[in-house]
Design a protein around this ligand. Structure first.
Ligand code: SF4
Length: 365
């Protein structure tokens, strides 16, 4: 069989004939359904491997609408891997401002460097080579190879996992032993049976995003309802069962605000770790003296795994902090996280007499 020849097919995870037939049928249904249902998104208007790579990095953990607003502007600055390498990591971080999860921006730049140095500036087209790039996992490699290069490469993300779990009435708990291998096998069978790997993979993700949604699946308009086992058995609400959530790690920070006219003291975060390499108000401990310090309030920031609480303190006089610089916070060249921007807004509200001090705010992303 064809899957025996695919080196990433796991033969220990057998799939019964009924499921196999259902997956092949689903590929045909999605091929017919997707062209009429596809949203008009910027990265779909012109297809190139580089645009697909950039969009996949941006879409990790950021809403589609937010990426859609920023995508073309970002590509104007970095139209090719070579342009990104020449602009440098600092410029990439600055243009990434507000998108969150800055590690992705650093990885994207590192991937561009690798493409220029090892692949003559051309994004590789096969999934295995793509997966050797920094920041590119099996899903991202499969998405680029199939959607931008029409290769029969499987993809499994949250949307695909949910659709396949419901289609085959797989009630196993996410993270359970063997579940991932089984899902990748199914995704391989599915995409390999299609004439258009690009349509079936992107269509499957679209179905997961628009129709087979986690909490409100639209089974009545779903092209797969006729043979969807969960729907036929009345088990859609139970499948997939919720993933056990790890407790978020609480991180507390104390930062100092020092103004010099309209400029603010900002320091670059360390090379690795939280908000690495972005500009941020310095830690209170880095200020020489803590006299006359006044609390401005607290800013909270939620990420998938962390609950960050930043206590913001004002130093009423111009201070000196080693390795920190006076920067105008509105400088578009600054790599500011959304959390740093919120801290600065809080500091500014303290300067404006009508807004008052001691505010607090919460952000996420
Ligand atoms: S029929 Fe319902 S549960 Fe099944 S794939 Fe479609 S939307 Fe999802």
């Amino acid at each position: 069989m064809w899957q025996d020849r695919h080196d990433r097919y796991d033969p220990t995870m057998s799939i019964d004939e009924g499921h196999l037939d259902r997956l092949v049928w689903a590929a045909g249904e999605i091929t017919r359904w997707f062209p009429g249902a596809a949203r008009d998104l910027p990265w779909r208007r012109i297809r190139t491997p580089w645009r697909a790579l950039v969009s996949e990095f941006m879409l990790q953990q950021t809403q589609v609408s937010r990426v859609a607003e920023r995508f073309e502007l970002f590509l104007e600055s970095f139209p090719s891997p070579m342009a990104m390498v020449e602009a440098g990591e600092e410029a990439v971080l600055a243009k990434w401002s507000g998108l969150g999860y800055y590690r992705r921006a650093r990885m994207l730049h590192a991937a561009a460097v690798c493409i220029v140095e090892r692949h003559s500036g051309e994004v590789p087209q096969d999934a295995d080579t793509l997966e050797s790039l920094p920041g590119v996992g099996r899903y991202t490699a499969g998405a680029i190879a199939s959607i931008a290069c029409a290769q029969p490469s499987p993809i499994v993300d949250g949307n695909v996992d949910r659709v396949f779990a419901r289609l085959t009435a797989d009630a196993s708990i996410p993270g359970e032993k063997g579940r991932d291998s089984r899902r990748w096998n199914e995704a391989l069978i599915y995409v390999s049976s299609a004439d258009r790997p690009d349509l079936v993979n992107e269509g499957l993700m679209e179905l997961g995003a628009l129709v087979c949604q986690p909490k409100s699946p639209q089974c009545l308009i779903c092209p797969l309802s006729e043979r969807c086992q969960s729907y036929q058995l009345g088990k859609v609400a139970e499948i997939p069962p919720p993933k056990p959530r790890p407790q978020k790690k609480l991180i507390e920070m104390h930062v100092g605000i020092s103004w010099f006219g309209k400029k603010l003291l900002l320091a670059r975060r360390p090379e690795s770790g939280l908000f690495a390499k972005t500009m941020f108000p310095p830690d209170v401990g880095d200020f020489g003296s803590m006299e006359k310090l006044r609390s401005l309030g607290e800013v909270r920031h939620q990420t998938t795994h962390r609950d960050v609480r930043v206590h913001v303190h004002l130093f009423p006089e111009k201070c000196i902090v080693v390795d920190a610089e006076w920067k105008h916070p509105d400088d578009p060249g600054l790599a500011l996280t959304s959390l740093a921007s919120k801290i600065i807004r809080l500091a500014r509200s303290d300067q404006a007499p009508e807004s008052g001090a001691g505010a607090s705010s919460t952000s996420s992303g």
